[in-house]
Design a protein around this ligand. Structure first.
Ligand code: IFM
Length: 422
């Protein structure tokens, strides 16, 4: 036995992506919203950026592209829809044995109850392409975007939503259950809740705390239904949701800072897990941010090293989350962890730190089964558009050329070493 091996032999090493952010030519509530709001997003870029940075406490300039309306339209994105084989060849060449991707519900069910067979066949090809390359697929069923008809009937606030979602999930699982074991119901459910219904910066841009409470319940009900359906059709499936977990700390020892911190921690990190208790086969971690809460709600950080989006480099948070979730006695996957870093200045250090803290947690008994770096390629970062560069692989958006970043090679070296294949 290799005494030095810390990662389990079948550990999943890979990357993550989402349909709307890479495929191109998606038609859903977001693509409509982008077209309507691109000019406004460009015009208000500086103000929105200042608000973001005020939260993060850093002081970095916004790049030129942020003032260009075309930055905010996902358009043909990275053209992954047509180039998925090329992208998976790259993932394979980088030593990945897993990939988490998303299905765009709007492609599958563009009209209520009418399923598009061509798109169902498309995602079958995507899954086969992964399997043919020895890459385990992890499928995310919903990553924020909705078919237009779902959005028009009230979207994630509607009491009809769980039934609509359940019908789509049933069809998908019937189709792909023979080649998929790992399922994510919802990606970061708190983000559309908080950004869509509290901050009002994501569609449908409603600032209504009462509605946001309702959305938690609706999405949790939809998750529970999906869990039941997936297990009915595929008893060995592994089902969970993928939360954005923030490492929150009080700014000072003041009781007010502590109360504010506990309040934020509850709504950001705990509530959805509580609502879905008993219907998760694994727990997921999507980790990007470490924030200090100063009452009433402002957030400060004094970090020196920050990403292009002002996020502090703080991979110790992975360890924090792995240890915090250990008590649930469920397998854990890190389904997203990444950095906006156009110059690839910090990504290597970021990945090495991730590995360091994963090892530490594994040694201390965390049942960690996989790490999916966000993201395989650069992609469309929602209301920030194309300028944030999260890819292990750089995209030239004019030519769609893929260029492997240095950090991706180092990630590969790490994977091979940890697998004992170097
Ligand atoms: O790009 C997003 C992704 O869609 C959800 N998690 C965070 C990523 C980086 O901001």
């Amino acid at each position: 036995m290799d005494m030095k091996r810390i990662f389990p032999k079948d550990f999943l090493w890979g990357s993550s992506a989402a349909a709307h952010q890479v495929e191109g030519n998606n038609y859903n509530d977001w693509s409509v919203w982008e077209k309507k709001n691109a000019a406004h997003l460009a015009k208000t870029a500086q103000k929105r950026w200042n608000d973001d940075l005020r939260m993060k406490g850093t002081n970095i300039a916004l790049p030129e592209e942020a003032f260009d309306p075309s930055n905010y339209i996902s358009g043909d994105a990275t053209d992954h829809y047509n180039r998925f084989r090329e992208d998976f060849d790259i993932a394979k060449s980088l030593g990945h044995n897993a990939h988490r991707f998303g299905i765009d519900w709007a492609r599958i069910e563009p009209e209520e109850g009418k399923f598009n067979e061509k798109e169902i066949a498309h995602y079958r090809k995507v899954i086969s392409a992964l399997r043919e390359r020895g890459i385990e697929p992890m499928v995310c069923l919903s990553h924020w975007t909705l078919p237009i008809w779902v959005a028009e009937t009230g979207g994630i606030v509607s009491s009809k939503f769980p039934d609509y979602f359940a019908r789509y999930v049933r069809r998908i699982v019937e189709e792909y259950k023979d080649s998929v074991t790992l399922w994510i119901t919802f990606n970061e459910p708190t983000v559309p809740i908080l950004a869509g219904y509290i901050a009002g910066v994501f569609p449908p841009q409603r600032k209504n705390p009462l509605l946001s409470l309702r959305v938690y319940k609706v999405l949790a009900a939809a998750h529970r239904m999906a869990y039941g359906i997936i297990h009915e059709l595929s008893p060995d499936a592994q089902v969970g949701f993928a939360p954005a977990l923030i490492y929150l700390e009080p700014y000072s020892r003041s009781p007010l800072d502590k109360i504010a911190c506990n309040f934020a921690d509850y709504w950001v990190n705990k509530h959805f897990l509580k609502l879905t208790g008993g219907t998760n086969d694994y727990l997921a971690i999507q980790y990007y941010d470490h924030l200090k809460i100063k009452f009433p709600a402002s957030v400060k950080s004094e970090a020196e090293k920050v990403s292009d989006m002002g996020s502090e480099l703080h991979q110790e948070g992975l360890y924090y989350w792995l240890m915090r979730l250990k008590k649930y006695n469920l397998p854990i996957y890190i389904t997203e962890n990444g950095i906006a870093d156009a110059k690839d200045k910090y990504r290597t250090e970021f990945i090495k730190d991730a590995v360091h803290y994963m090892k530490k947690a594994l040694r201390e008994g965390a049942d960690l089964r996989g790490y999916f770096h966000w993201s395989l390629t650069d992609n469309f970062e929602w209301n920030k558009g194309f300028w944030p560069r999260f890819g292990l692989v750089e995209i030239d958006y004019k030519t769609k050329e893929r260029r492997i970043r240095k950090s991706a090679q180092i990630y590969k070296d790490i994977i091979l070493k940890e697998r004992g294949e170097e």
